[in-house]
Design a protein around this ligand. Structure first.
Ligand SMILES: Nc1ncnc2c1ncn2[C@@H]1O[C@H](COP(=O)(O)OP(=O)(O)OP(=O)(O)O)[C@@H](O)[C@H]1O
Ligand SMILES: [Mg+2]
Length: 488
């Protein structure tokens, strides 16, 4: 006879408000041992808030959390850990100045015995852990020197140190290459087969169908429905998420690139790379493809004269003076001033307007922010909302808003749709197209092949720090891009 065991986790009637924002409204959620339960919803729907409650980071205003049928209070991340709950955060949470091994075992007794750090054992354990997730990372490397993808793998490894019963993954794949994402899925399957319950957040529907068992959709903080993955479709899920039908097609453009707006000549990206030359024309969207770590971001940064290379410009400021704007990959590190209002962040690249005649024009600042909020559908309390309090995807949109406010001739966008929900993604594609139609030149880095192929007039593919090939829109397809990207 089958015995009915209680769910591993039940969350009942969870309610949470942040001064004015009703982030969660009586949400129910449950998780079984050995399943992957996906949380899906638009930017700002409440996904991160719900899992942060489970991870002890936020306290719910109302509602109850039960573990194996027992009501529990999860007052802090440390308590969550005691209950066997671990979370991999949407925003990376590593100490950049410490080594990988130290980051993995921070606060762990292995670190010291009688005050002495047992380095050899620490490194050995770290190596084993990294091997177990097939991450090719040196435990001695300083985290700050690693690529974002590698940091993400460290973050994943760290969550496994405590052998959790419940593992929460908040958009873990956004920064990974397809290969790394494949490894992560294999790992998730292994954990699932050992009875771990996994909560998985992703905006990529194909991943959800690949790895998920059930999916719960949130919209504006409300529970919309829970489905078995086998009994639903991406059309249904999108409909549940946005409450309307969205057409998922790349905007059609008549591309007729004009004169050259940016000419990159013999740009050096470091000692071991051949210098790079190419031109960007008015109205052109130039995609940069390649695997994570292939030098795509470095190319963008080199154009701006960052990282100490002799660039096309000598600084972001001089680029800006030439109406060239840049949205970096890591919004937390070099994109946003998190404790400032949206208005200040949006106007940051348009200070001449915000401070015209030496006077701080708050009106202009507010107008620019309102414009961005409307155009990009930023979920927020208004221009004075603090960026730190926005959901991850909405923070990303603030950076794009800043770029638009500067009315640039050239946009350099590094992974512009990372962490952006499906509906908003197509909004951003439409905005990119509209800007190009008006004569702006756009260079964008993307790890998503459909986006790269759907949006680019021309694609440059990087491989191991070198420009491996260029493809016109007509020539480009999945295989060709991957051939160049892998050096095959
Ligand atoms: N600490 C906070 N202070 C104020 N408001 C917050 C805070 N954290 C979240 N919110 C608000 O709660 C709502 C839900 O945010 P949440 O981060 O849960 O969204 P999400 O579904 O994870 O979105 P995304 O896909 O963009 O990551 C948003 O409107 C957000 O601005
Ligand atoms: Mg989130």
């Amino acid at each position: 006879m089958e015995t009915l065991s209680p769910a591993l986790l039940t969350m009942k009637g969870i309610d949470k408000s942040f001064h004015g924002t009703h982030a969660l409204n009586a949400v129910d959620f449950d998780l079984r041992s050995g399943e992957v339960h996906v949380l899906l919803g638009e930017n700002g729907a409440g996904k991160s808030t719900l899992v942060k409650i489970l991870a002890g980071i936020y306290q719910p205003d109302l509602g109850e959390v039960l573990l194996r049928g027992e009501s529990v209070h999860i007052g802090s991340p440390a308590e969550a850990q005691k209950h066997g709950i671990q979370m991999i955060h949407q925003e990376l949470n590593l100490v950049e100045d410490l080594s990988v091994a130290e980051n993995l075992f921070i606060g762990w007794k292995l670190l010291s015995r009688g005050g002495l750090i047992r380095w050899r054992e620490l490194r050995k354990k770290a190596g084993e852990l990294l091997d177990s997730i097939e991450a090719d990372i040196d435990p001695r490397a300083v985290v700050g020197t690693l690529s974002i993808a590698h940091r993400q793998m460290v973050e994943i490894a760290r969550s496994l140190v405590h052998e959790p019963d419940i593992l929460i993954l908040d958009e873990p794949t956004a920064t990974l290459t397809p290969t790394e994402a494949g490894r992560l899925f294999a790992l998730m399957e292994r954990l699932r087969s050992h009875g771990v319950g996994l909560v998985f957040i992703s905006h990529r529907l194909e991943e959800i169908f690949r790895i998920g068992d059930r999916v719960t959709v949130l919209r504006d903080g409300e529970w919309i429905g829970t489905k078995e993955i086998g009994n639903t479709s991406s059309a249904e899920l999108v409909q549940m998420m946005v409450g309307r039908q969205v057409d998922q097609v790349f905007p059609k453009r008549e591309s007729a690139p004009g004169e050259t707006v940016l000419k990159v000549e013999s740009l050096s990206m470091g000692r071991n790379s051949e210098p790079v030359s190419f031109a960007l024309r008015k109205g052109e969207i130039l995609g940069i493809g390649g695997l994570v770590g292939s030098g795509r971001s470095r190319l963008m940064r080199a154009i701006l004269g960052l990282d100490g290379v002799q660039g096309h410009f000598d600084s972001v400021r001089s680029a800006l003076r030439n109406k060239v704007t840049y949205a970096p990959e890591d919004r937390k590190r070099d994109g946003l001033i998190l404790n400032f209002e949206i208005a200040k962040n949006v106007s940051l690249s348009s200070l001449s307007e915000a401070f015209s005649g030496g006077i701080h024009r708050r009106v202009n600042e507010t107008r620019m922010a309102e414009d961005a909020i409307e155009k990009l559908n930023i979920v927020c309390p208004g221009p004075n909302g603090i960026v730190d309090e926005l959901s991850g995807g909405n923070q990303q949109k603030v950076i794009l808003g800043r770029l638009l406010a500067a009315r640039p001739d050239v946009l350099l966008l590094d992974e512009p749709t990372r962490g952006i929900d499906v509906g908003a993604k197509f909004e951003i594609y439409r905005i990119m197209s509209a800007l190009a139609d008006k004569g702006a030149g756009i260079i964008f880095v993307s790890s998503e092949l459909p986006e790269l192929l759907g949006m680019s007039d021309r694609i440059l593919v990087m491989h191991r720090g070198q420009l491996a090939g260029a493809l016109s829109r007509e020539e480009a397809n999945d295989e060709r891009v991957m051939q160049y990207a892998t050096g095959a």
